[in-house]
Design a protein around this ligand. Structure first.
Ligand code: SF4
Length: 62
């Protein structure tokens, strides 16, 4: 299964991925995006979120 991840060091907290895939990403208290449920990736636009991330902080893990 694809396992989407966010590089915490790279994320600038713009919120774009949260807007694109609210079931998968959420902004934490640290102002960075976190993956809350990677299993929802098949139902949403995670590839779009990955492509549009301004800091290229999203990637597909193993
Ligand atoms: S789109 Fe990229 S930089 Fe913006 S909140 Fe999501 S992971 Fe962070």
């Amino acid at each position: 299964m694809k396992n989407i991840t966010v590089d915490q060091a790279g994320c600038i907290g713009c919120g774009l991925c949260v807007s694109t895939c609210p079931d998968v990403f959420e902004l934490g208290e640290d102002g960075k995006s976190h993956v809350k449920d990677a299993s929802k990736c098949s139902e949403c636009n995670c590839q779009q979120a990955l492509d549009n991330c301004p800091s290229k902080a999203i990637s597909w893990g193993e």
